[in-house]
Design a protein around this ligand. Sequence first.
Ligand SMILES: Nc1ncnc2c1ncn2[C@@H]1O[C@H](COP(=O)(O)OP(=O)(O)OP(=O)(O)O)[C@@H](O)[C@H]1O
Ligand SMILES: N[C@@H](CCO)C(=O)O
Length: 327
Amino acid sequence: MAVFTPVSLDEIGTLLDDFALPKASAIEEVAAGTENSTFFVTLESPAPNGEETLVLTLFEQGEAEDLPFVIALLDRLDAQGLPVPGPLHDPQGEALHTLKGRPALLFPRLPGEHPNTPALDFCQQAADYLARQHQATADFADKDFPYPRPNARDLNWLEQTHEQVLPFLSMGLKDMMQGEITRYREVFDRIGPLPQAALHGDLFRDNTLFRSLPSGRRLTGVIDFYNGCVGERLFDLAILINDWCVEDDGQLDQKRYDTMLAAYQAICPFSPAEREAWPWMLRMTALRYWLSRLLVVHVEPQAHQRIAKDPEVYRRILHHHIRHFGY
Ligand SMILES: Nc1ncnc2c1ncn2[C@@H]1O[C@H](COP(=O)(O)OP(=O)(O)OP(=O)(O)O)[C@@H](O)[C@H]1O
Ligand SMILES: N[C@@H](CCO)C(=O)O
């Protein structure tokens, strides 16, 4: 289940006219994805930039006010030559339109497949990409940057939200969650500010595309920037590593971990504060997903029609990090 708002060929025709694009010959609902309605749109003839298939996304989660940030971020990364779907702009320069009462964006369809097994060359390229994104967007954290979007899933959010899931946890897990959050506050207040940039905010394997080319397997797409925000670079790197380097039983794959840390730090070396914060950030982002998944399962299952992912996976990852990195 991924399309919450169906769209017909006639309905998309109006939108394509607004972008001065050729008509659509086919529209296909995309089955993956859990938050927005996504379609592949085949054009009758190639668009002026050569695209023959576009992606149409209708935003279902009421985040329209955040889309100018996402558009600015994708425009920047696209201009830097990073493998992201730069949103299409109409002849007036506007990317954001409305279709069926929903905010709508059109993107090029990037080639490639989501990687199931995170082979080392995939890990290296994903971490290299993330460092390049952070390097290209340090100015997004400037106070007067025109599109502010603070991290909505940071420590403040953990502190404010976690009580909602406590009734659904055993005594032991309740203590663990509360104890962890208290410790994060102590540690991060003591360490002080960390370098910031524009974050992807959710760089899981299923938000990347890879393709086999004559030159080898290449990262051809990074997608789903809707958790994009300004925040601490380490927060993004820890999300990446927790998904790419940890098995579902919570065990860390040391080779993948070393590969990703080395690839990231080749471009964005850790500051002393980041070195100290790193194991805590791995724990905090594991707890961030344990909590967000618990919220979807227990607190807000109907509110957003969202498809629940297993919170236990991230509970196990957090347990691993606590054992592995200690206090
Ligand atoms: N530009 C693109 N090029 C190729 N495929 C794309 C593109 N954008 C989206 N897709 C495909 O559509 C699927 C859903 O897109 P997306 O991840 O943005 O949706 P979502 O509902 O926000 O999902 P989730 O938050 O669960 O990852 C992706 O998994 C991918 O297969
Ligand atoms: N990547 C998220 C879902 C999309 O926000 C998760 O795995 O919980």
